[in-house]
Design a protein around this ligand. Structure first.
Ligand code: PEP
Ligand code: MG
Length: 544
């Protein structure tokens, strides 16, 4: 029995036999060609075939994992048409008089190296995409087929890494789980695994690949990231028990879908989910959340090589609103700075970035960025039930300035005849002690508060949330934090505003009773916590 440790990207347990992922031999030989034009024609033909295959995979993905995740294959089709990529291939064929396979493989290596050397984790993950489309092209050049692996029984797929198209090509019915030696949790492969509900552990390391063989017994724990190769009988039966308990717990929770978030004595609370991008909506719906309580819009900026345009933002916000079909969607305006740095913003290095130039401070200083986002948001408001929320508030004057900009944006849209929802709710995050203490002054200005307990904890307890060494000092249930939340709830309600909690503490079921007694109206948590929280709420009796 040998244990390996990786990163779990989807929480579930699988026990079965290993199947090493087989792909076509990708060794490409360099051969001299005399007829360059004929080689160009071969390349064009292969590109056409690759596009056809990708469009078939896109249709399959559309059915199995939904449009958001299928889009990567549209991106692959676009990458195949990319001018720089194509120019590199044709240049290599022309200048070196070599075969198209070699030109594609060399271009793939160069482009993948370039992506891998970028600082941005999202761009790094694109190295896998360029390799994926290039392998497909090479297969098409050699007339090979990139079909999914056929298996007679359910197996645990073990691979060095899996490209997005390889992941989706796997026959879902015959895959118990997958384990990869490499890979980043930001990659589309990890995202697809979560969405396909397949237990998955990535980044297990090279030693695992050396040790695993076809047919070897293997246990995958997607919760802990632990992989057990050739488990002894005792370990296997203990893990079987853990798996049964897990499945049982999940099936019980599934029964809560469609049920109300109501305590035994009839107190109701909204349970919403947090997302970081359009991709998150699938999990929100799958877990039956009543809405989206926090869309961290800065991820749109983090994933973009330059400022996302008004149109790009509008498209993303509209998509989320339409997918939620009238349920509340609260989008938080840009919250960068501190731990979320973006190169193209050119922010100065700071001694104390968490106490620095971040979030609303940047937006109010750079109104062109702020107004672009607000225009996109208000335009999107015509397509669903939007709430706009502002982060890192410390004063009344900040909120007044924000509201003035909102009015300007709405007036401009009205003037231009662009539709927007006049009733769009506006709220602020309570994530500084200052905001909580003056919440009686802030509440009359807005429709809602949402408590960001992650930052409220860091600022109240003077504990840097990034510093792992401070964890022993971090009492997330500290009376000071709970009093600030209670004070904010009282002040919100006294002025006709509602109040939610969207920080991690919202999912802490040992506090659910306290939050409901404070009159918290909404709790917004990561999607997998929606049903466990509903379960906790339904077992409470506040009349006692
Ligand atoms: C918070 O601070 O609690 C919060 C929800 O915002 P973030 O974690 O994005 O800072
Ligand atoms: Mg915060």
């Amino acid at each position: 029995m040998t244990k390996f440790k990786g990163k779990g990207v989807y929480g579930a347990i699988a026990i079965g036999n290993a199947a090493l992922f087989k792909r076509q031999d990708e060794q490409v030989r360099r051969t001299h060609v005399d007829d360059i034009e004929a080689e160009f024609a071969r390349f064009e033909e292969a590109k056409e075939l690759a596009t056809e295959q990708l469009s078939e995979i896109y249709e399959k993905a559309l059915k199995e994992v939904g449009e958001t995740h299928a889009q990567i294959f549209e991106v692959h089709m676009m990458m195949l048409e990319d001018d720089d990529y194509n120019e590199s291939i044709t240049n290599i064929i022309r200048t070196q008089s070599v075969n198209a396979e070699y030109a594609v493989a060399t271009t793939a290596d160069n482009f993948a190296d370039m992506f891998a050397s970028m600082e941005d984790a999202y761009m790094q993950a694109r190295a896998a995409d360029v390799k994926d489309i290039s392998n497909r092209l090479i297969n098409c050049l050699t007339k090979g087929e990139s079909a999914g692996q056929q298996m007679s029984q359910k197996m645990i797929i073990c691979a060095d890494d899996l490209a997005p198209s390889e992941t989706v090509s796997l026959d879902k019915e015959s895959v118990l789980a997958f384990v990869t030696a490499y890979g980043s949790s930001n990659s589309h492969t990890a995202i697809l695994a979560r969405n396909m509900n397949i237990p998955a552990v990535i980044g297990v390391g090279e030693d695992f690949l050396k040790a695993v063989e076809d047919g070897k017994r293997i246990i995958v724990d997607g919760y802990t990231g632990e992989i057990i190769l050739e488990p002894d009988a005792e370990t296997e039966s203990a893990m079987q028990k853990k798996q049964e308990d897990d499945l049982h717990k999940k099936s019980l929770l599934q029964e809560l879908k469609g049920k109300e978030n109501v305590t035994l004595d009839g107190t109701k609370v909204n349970i919403y989910a947090n997302i970081g991008g359009v991709d998150g909506v699938g999990a929100v719906l799958a877990n039956d959340a009543g809405g989206i309580g926090l869309f961290r819009s800065e991820f749109l900026y983090l994933e973009s090589p330059d400022y996302p345009t008004e149109e790009q933002q509008f498209t993303a916000y509209r998509k989320v609103l339409e997918s939620m079909m009238g349920k509340k969607v609260i989008i938080r305006t840009l919250d960068i700075g501190a731990d979320k740095q973006i190169d193209y913003f050119n922010l100065d290095k700071e001694e104390n970035p968490a106490l620095g130039f971040r979030a609303i401070r940047i937006c109010l200083t750079r109104p062109e960025i702020f107004k672009t986002q607000l225009r996109a948001l208000y335009r999107a408001s015509a397509f669903g039930n939007l709430g706009i929320m502002f982060p890192m508030i410390t004063s009344v004057s900040e909120v007044e300035k924000i509201l003035t900009v909102c009015e300007e944006v709405k007036a401009e849209l009205k003037e231009a005849g662009v539709p927007y929802d006049e009733n769009t709710e506006v709220g602020i995050m309570i994530e500084t002690p200052a905001a909580a203490v003056i919440s009686d002054r802030l509440a009359p200005l807005v429709n809602f508060f949402s408590v960001g307990t992650n930052d409220l904890t860091q600022y109240t307890l003077a504990i840097d949330r990034q510093n792992a060494k401070l964890e022993p000092f971090c009492d997330t249930h500290h009376e000071a934090i709970l009093r600030l939340i209670e004070m904010s709830a009282k002040n919100a309600h006294a002025h006709g505003a509602w109040i939610g909690i969207c920080g991690e503490l919202a999912a802490d079921t040992t506090l659910t009773e306290a939050f409901l007694r404070m009159g918290i109206d909404e709790l917004s948590v990561s999607a997998p916590f929606v049903l466990p929280l509903r379960d906790a709420v339904r077992k409470l009796d506040l009349s006692k």
